[in-house]
Design a protein around this ligand. Structure first.
Ligand SMILES: CC(C)(COP(=O)(O)OP(=O)(O)OC[C@H]1O[C@@H](n2cnc3c(N)ncnc32)[C@H](O)[C@@H]1OP(=O)(O)O)[C@@H](O)C(=O)NCCC(=O)NCCS
Length: 206
């Protein structure tokens, strides 16, 4: 199982590609991102925010924002997807995932800036989260989404997820996928390094 070096989280950054080959960096959220992250959520369309938070919200409540930027606390992790836009590193997507060691499962939620939706970034980010899940030794990855969320359902279906009822909430559907990756075969460079290099491990993540 991967253990993270919390003093150097940047080593777990990955560079993904949009459908048209643009580089998208995925990295852990840092405290300095708090304002940009809140602005990102505020700038999402009402519909995207509703789909992301499974209900109406104009922004992240301060307590939730605080949790968002505390990477690793309670086995919860937040990443941002960034691209250079007009010469500035800009958040174009985010994801949050939680590892449950009891069930060996990772639960996720994600969003992409409306202006960048349809560019293949959601698909690439979801793949990257599967890679991070594999590095944790997770056997399953899943998320809950509104039954009306056609985009998320299409993305999950095309990414090989199956569907089941979300326990206790008929408005939601659960997309889930088993993870069949040996630690040595983890398909993203930074996480493979973390998984196999004992010298890269110091504090346990989980
Ligand atoms: C769902 C979401 C993350 C998809 O991200 P995205 O970057 O736009 O998706 P991609 O461009 O990677 O598309 C992936 C696949 O999903 C399909 N898809 C994406 N949006 C779609 C839509 N609106 N309708 C139907 N299919 C859609 C695409 O056809 C694509 O398949 P392809 O690669 O074979 O063409 C994005 O729409 C979003 O952020 N929505 C708001 C927040 C949200 O709903 N989060 C989910 C909560 S868990």
């Amino acid at each position: 199982m991967t253990r993270l070096r919390f003093d150097d989280l940047r080593q777990y950054s990955d560079v993904l590609r949009s459908r048209h080959g643009q580089a998208v960096t995925v990295r852990f959220v840092e405290p300095r991102d708090a304002e940009a992250l809140q602005n990102y959520f505020r700038a999402l369309s009402t519909r995207s925010r509703y789909n992301r938070f499974l209900g109406a919200a104009s922004e992240l409540p301060p307590s939730e924002l605080d949790r968002f930027i505390r990477v690793g606390e309670a086995d919860r992790f937040s990443v941002v997807a960034t691209m250079p836009v007009d010469g500035r590193e800009t958040i174009v997507g985010e994801a949050r995932y939680a590892f449950d060691s009891q069930t060996a499962a990772i639960e996720l939620g994600l969003s992409i800036d409306d202006r960048w939706q349809g560019h293949g970034i959601g698909k690439a980010l979801l793949k990257n989260l599967e890679c991070r899940a594999a590095a944790f030794g997770a056997e399953r990855i899943f998320g809950d989404t509104l039954r009306s969320n056609d985009a998320m359902i299409a993305l999950a279906r095309k990414s090989g997820y199956g569907f089941t009822n979300t326990p206790g909430d008929w408005k939601l559907t659960r997309f889930q996928k088993d993870i069949h990756v040996e630690p040595r075969e983890i398909p993203c460079a930074s996480w493979r390094l973390a998984a196999v290099s004992p010298s890269a491990m110091s504090s346990p993540a989980v």
